[in-house]
Design a protein around this ligand. Structure first.
Ligand SMILES: Cc1ncc(COP(=O)(O)O)c(C=O)c1O
Length: 466
């Protein structure tokens, strides 16, 4: 065996313990670690080592070169984007998925249990969300790929309405896509699917300060487009103000109009874990497909998300994703394998961190995380409102606070300056955004570690920076 590999193998216990100690040290000090770093230089490529230095030397080299610039994105004050944390159980599951290095495919063909673990995890998530068992799903890397997967199935369904098998023949028919406030990743998916990112028909948003669809306008547009296959992409909820389309109203429209209904519930799905907020999703069980991210509110490490698709679309899913002319991969018609139901063939056992998290903390654990984050978002919003510098641009509907500075003059530049100062202090990370044309900041609460103390630190940092 190559010398250095042999040496690493001989010292495996010691080397893994060393790595574990470094990981534990990182996690134990994550509350104090900066959430951003300044002046990250683009590293000039250094020559590829001719002879490797083994794992111990490599750990040392990595720590010297990069570790101090790793930011606490899974820490309690990283409120940018919609960034979940990493619970201890999820980290253990993630580590073990590398250790086991399974490639979850079929139940029969691959002769291992990993596809079963994935199916069990999907089933647990379906139970967590209170969805019917006619939803079938699998894991992909993130909500973007989940939206892509679901919209690919929608595309196949749309072709079928006109007698076209799009997977085989290409897009030979016009497909109409109706949506109000889609996440950018749904639009990106349309681009990737050849449906065209600009080929959407925008449904009006509801009256008042809303991002949700005006369902009366949706009905008008369904009527106008009734001669075409229609895909409706709805939000549960939106990324800026977590507004939810009226799921029940859309479900009712299904009784009169034919359309494929996809819901992007990347993080909003977890509203069902809160007694006070579960009504926001009532009616979603009638959707054709649903996107949920696990690396958001399930607090598993990147990357992991699921697609949930009504089983009545299994044939469209298979037509879209099956591997043909590959006898070594089994017969798609008879042997269930994930590689015929999703965009990827080989995959890591991405379900394992979620399996560990759900086993370790259960329904009540995730109920607690969700309720805690919602309460903290509201507390943060209240303190912002008491502060004369800031104001909310929309009510806090769930776990995201979207706010701006009160003074309208030069708002965009002033907000950019605040973000610059926050970056220097490294104690709070939030994202810039624009809401109905107004430059804003947004803070997303999805991390199990966040506490009231973090809220006070954040208010203090924002006040200092403004
Ligand atoms: C509603 C929604 N959909 C999709 C995405 C994309 O998720 P990912 O980055 O995991 O692909 C996000 C990310 O914030 C989101 O909030």
């Amino acid at each position: 065996m190559y010398n250095t590999l042999q040496n690493d193998l001989d010292n495996l216990d010691y080397l893994l313990s060393l790595t574990k100690d470094k990981a534990a040290a990182y996690l134990n000090e994550i509350n104090d670690r900066p959430v951003s770093v300044n002046n990250v230089q683009v590293t000039i490529p250094i020559n590829l080592p001719e002879n490797g230095i083994g794992l111990e030397g490599t750990l040392k080299a990595f720590y010297e070169q990069h570790q101090d610039k790793i930011v606490a994105s899974s820490g309690p004050r990283y409120w940018g984007f919609v960034t979940g944390g990493t619970t201890p159980a999820a980290i253990a599951g993630d580590w073990l998925s590398a250790v086991f290095d399974q490639n979850p495919q079929g139940i029969k063909g691959s002769g291992d249990v990993s596809a079963n673990i994935e199916l069990q995890t999907i089933n647990w998530l379906i139970q967590l969300f209170g969805l019917p068992s006619y939803f079938k799903g699998g894991f992909v890397t993130g909500a973007t790929m989940s939206n892509f997967t679901c919209l690919a199935i929608a595309r196949q369904w749309a072709g079928k309405q006109k007698g076209i098998d799009i997977a085989r023949e290409g897009i030979k028919t016009e497909i109409r896509i109706l949506t109000a406030t889609p996440h950018s990743s749904a639009i990106k998916s349309l681009a990737m699917l050849g449906l065209g990112s600009s080929n959407i028909i925008t449904v009006k948003t509801a009256e008042g300060n809303r991002e949700a669809m005006d369902t009366a306008d949706l009905e008008v547009k369904l009527q106008e487009n009734k001669d075409y296959p229609v895909i409706v992409i709805s939000s549960g909820g939106t990324v800026n103000t977590v507004d939810f389309d009226d799921m029940q109203a859309i479900a009712d429209l299904q009784k009169q109009y034919t359309f494929y209904w996809h819901i992007d519930a990347a993080f909003g799905a977890f509203a069902v874990c809160s007694e006070k907020h579960s009504h926001l999703l009532s009616g979603w069980e009638f959707a054709d497909s649903i996107t949920v991210d696990c690396h958001k509110w399930l607090n598993v490490p990147y990357d992991g998300a699921i697609y949930l698709v009504h089983e009545k679309h299994a044939a469209f899913q298979l037509q879209t994703f099956q591997n043909s002319n590959a006898p070594y991969l089994g017969d798609p018609a008879t042997d269930f394998s994930f590689l015929n139901f999703g965009p990827e063939n080989s995959r890591r056992l991405r379900a394992l961190p979620a399996w560990f998290a759900l086993q370790a903390y259960g329904r009540s654990g995730f109920g607690w995380i969700v309720e805690n984050n919602i309460a903290l978002a509201n507390q943060f919003a209240q303190l912002l409102e008491q502060n004369t510098i800031f104001k909310l641009v929309a009510p806090v509907r769930l776990n995201v606070v979207c706010f701006t500075i009160d003074s309208e003059e030069d708002r965009g530049r002033k907000l950019a300056l605040i973000l610059e100062k926050l970056k220097v202090s490294g104690k709070l990370f939030i994202s810039p955004t624009s809401y109905k044309g107004v430059p804003c900041l947004r803070a997303a609460f999805v991390n199990w570690r966040t506490t009231e103390e973090d809220i006070l630190i954040a208010i203090n940092e924002l006040t200092k920076a403004s």
